[in-house]
Design a protein around this ligand. Structure first.
Ligand SMILES: C[S@@+](CC[C@H](N)C(=O)[O-])C[C@H]1O[C@@H](n2cnc3c(N)ncnc32)[C@H](O)[C@@H]1O
Length: 246
């Protein structure tokens, strides 16, 4: 386990919690809110909503997608390494069927096979897939589902911001790195997940002016529908089913 990577994440996101508040990822703008709502809807659908399910959200942060999940499941347990973001999570989600726990997603303080679903928003690219996917396999109940919304490295903005000198000027944590959908599919297969599906989506940038949102959303749906342009969408939804148990 790479303790230094986890400490880096903790330091980085505690600073985010102190100084940037809820607008850090552009989620505070009207387009950003719509984007988050759509991502959360895809995650929820991929988990297969059912009122009796217990869901684990890894890297829950301040709970951007959690309000869209909590009413649909019996309980959403969020884990995060940032105490500052978790405090925001717990005050934002107070009175709902969600609870935030300070824990490393790669070393979970729960009983194995406890969760019907494991999900997250913008978290897998902060972790090592070869570590977190076997952890998910161990903590999912048989037949449980995995659903993550992640940035798509094939998107030109994501690529330039992460793979060129521009990264130096972006407020990213030191070890985070988006990946491609082929990378995700290969890793899921390597770790035994079944029915893996990774679908790029999202052309609505959070900074889109309010008046342009309907037009940009409509154009985005067309670009998502057409396979060559879909590949460069900003986000991707990753879903799969737990490996067969021995
Ligand atoms: C990009 S933020 C996303 C936060 C939240 N999911 C959202 O949608 O706003 C990544 C989050 O992952 C958390 N994180 C990073 N490494 C982690 C780990 N090993 N275990 C649990 N959480 C982790 C960070 O503290 C941060 O809150």
């Amino acid at each position: 386990m790479d303790i230094e990577r986890i400490r880096n994440e903790q330091r980085h996101f505690d600073v985010v919690a102190d100084h940037e508040g809820f607008s850090w990822w552009g989620v505070g703008t009207p387009a950003g809110k719509l984007r988050t709502e759509r991502r959360a809807g895809f995650v929820r659908d991929a988990l297969g909503p059912a009122p009796e399910k217990i869901i684990l959200e890894i890297g829950c942060g301040s709970g951007e997608i959690t309000p869209y999940l909590s009413g649909h499941f019996k309980l959403v347990v969020g884990v995060d390494v940032s105490f500052g973001l978790l405090k925001k999570f717990n005050s934002r989600l107070s009175g709902t069927a969600a609870a935030g726990v300070l824990a490393d997603g790669e070393r979970l303080p729960f009983k194995e096979r406890s969760f019907d679903g494991i999900c997250g928003n913008n978290i897998l690219h902060h972790l090592e897939l070869d570590i977190i996917l076997p952890v998910c396999a161990r903590y999912l109940k048989p037949g449980g589902r995995l659903a993550f919304a992640e940035p798509n490295l094939m998107n030109p903005q994501n690529w330039i911001e992460n793979k060129t000198f521009v990264r130096k000027y972006r407020p990213y944590s030191p070890d985070e790195m988006p990946f491609t959908r082929w990378h995700a599919v290969n890793k899921l297969a390597r770790h035994g997940f079944r029915n893996a599906r990774v679908r790029p989506f999202d052309f609505l940038h959070p900074s889109t002016p309010t008046g342009l949102i309907p037009a940009v959303s409509a154009l985005g749906r067309m670009l998502e529908w057409f396979p060559p342009t879909r590949e460069i969408a900003g986000s991707m939804i990753i879903s799969a089913q737990a490996p067969e148990t021995m």
